[in-house]
Design a protein. Structure first.
Length: 79
């Protein structure tokens, strides 16, 4: 019984680390898909920047999606 409980606790603490999406590395993609990979990486960086801004400003989870959408729209308007 203790081993089952120990395995459950370990899996609970290890699970959040497994859900993170890695940044796309255009250098590791086939040449014909490199342009799409570069665009995807740029989008991932914009999303990460907005997420960090939301964390820094301590946006509540219920307001986070609206904040992220607004932030991404602002970044798109600047470009």
């Amino acid at each position: 019984m203790r081993t089952i409980l120990a395995l459950m606790l370990i899996s609970l603490f290890a699970a959040p680390a497994l859900h993170a999406q890695a940044l796309v590395d255009p250098a590791k993609v086939a040449p014909e898909y490199r342009e799409a990979a570069e665009k995807r990486r740029a989008e991932q960086l914009r999303q990460r920047e907005c997420a960090q801004k939301a964390t820094f400003e301590k946006i509540l989870p219920r307001d986070r999606t609206a904040f992220l959408n607004h932030c991404l729209d602002e970044l798109a308007a600047k470009q």
